[in-house]
Write a protein that binds this ligand. Structure first.
Ligand code: NAP
Length: 308
């Protein structure tokens, strides 16, 4: 842990799955934290109200003035805001491109020195997938507004209260047969959420000020089928029948599921499961930041304990 300092980092989305860990790691690195989200009370529930190094403010990244207020006097900013399902005015474009650009432009205007923008591994402005394309366009928009922004592209993340392993464990424990995405051949390189949070804290501490993109993938690449078998084995669940379900069928199921208030699956998730999600070995990642990423096997017992 480094000595305490006066530098404040505003963490947009600081109450989220990743953002709240980013806030904790930044605190451990001696930064003061300002959590910015639409529900500041959640920050009080998560962090308590007693830490003098931590404050929480109400901010909506669609609203320029609330972004500016949240950034006032900050040394650095992190954008860890998400949108996984489009609804009404909340579209992948409005959040991942429009609002990301707005936040970056406001950060530049406010004299913020460092900006870490969280995107996703494989983001690509030319992708046929709307979600992946908007993440790619968002990165370009952020770089246009804040030239030396740090882009952090995590692979799918795991940890207690995640959406990946917790869901798989629940289904493995309950279903007699497991419906696989396609033939289960899509490659995934899941990253431990605490490692990604530490990577963001270390990236903000770097003295080099130039633009850089980190792709953060875990220590092992699995096919989806291998991932299911590894989790079943580690959780001591008996081997089960895994049946391949074509992606076209998943798309139809997800279309219906999206009519539910909290859909168990979305078309966007199905699309993501059709594309390999692996960190590029040519790009900087955990290694450049001195982090040895944890494996699923190391963390699974903790996740089992939390999901019991
Ligand atoms: N989870 C993964 O496996 C994964 C993998 C790769 C990349 N990522 C990326 O990592 C980032 C964080 O994801 P996450 O899974 O941690 O998300 P999350 O748990 O859904 O958290 C999202 C955060 O954003 C805030 N937020 C949402 N809309 C907002 C708005 N309009 N204005 C201000 N704050 C807003 C939420 O708080 P309020 O609702 O209170 O505002 C919450 O704090 C995202 O960019 C995501 O795409 C995630």
């Amino acid at each position: 842990m480094t000595a305490s300092n006066e530098r404040t980092v505003t963490v947009f989305g600081g109450t989220g799955f990743l953002g709240r860990r980013v806030a904790r790691h930044l605190l451990e690195h001696g930064f003061s934290i300002r959590i910015a989200s639409r529900h500041p009370n959640r920050a009080h529930e998560l962090f308590g109200v007693d830490d003098p190094q931590l404050q929480s403010v109400e901010a909506d990244i669609h609203d320029e003035r609330s972004i500016a207020n949240a950034l006032a006097g900050a040394y650095a900013a992190v954008n860890a805001v998400s949108l996984y399902v489009e609804h009404g005015q909340e579209t992948f474009h409005s959040v991942h491109v429009g609002a990301a650009q707005r936040l970056a432009a406001q950060a530049r205007r406010a004299g913020v020195e460092r900006l870490a923008h969280v995107s996703g591994s494989g983001s690509d402005a030319t992708s046929p997938s709307l979600y992946i394309r908007k993440r790619g366009e968002g990165e370009l928009a952020v770089q246009a507004a804040f030239a030396d922004a740090i882009l952090v592209r995590p692979a799918v993340m795991f940890g207690p209260d995640d959406a990946l392993l917790t869901t798989i464990l629940k289904l493995l424990g309950r279903l007699p047969i497991y419906p696989m995405f396609g033939r289960g051949l899509t490659k995934l390189q899941p990253a431990y959420v605490e490692d990604v949070a530490e990577a963001i804290a270390r990236a903000l501490e770097r003295t080099e000020m130039h633009a850089i993109t980190f792709e953060c993938g875990g220590p092992r690449v699995y096919t989806y089928d291998e991932l299911l078998r590894t989790i079943a084995h580690e959780a001591r669940l008996k081997p089960m029948l895994m049946i391949p379900i074509p992606f076209a069928v998943w798309h139809v199921l997800a279309w219906f599921a999206e009519m539910l208030p909290s859909p168990p699956i979305t078309r966007n998730q199905v699309e993501l499961m059709q594309v390999d999600n692996v960190a590029s070995p040519e790009m900087p990642g955990f290694g450049e930041l001195g982090i040895s990423p944890h494996s699923i096997e190391e963390i699974l017992q903790e996740i089992l304990y939390h999901s019991a």
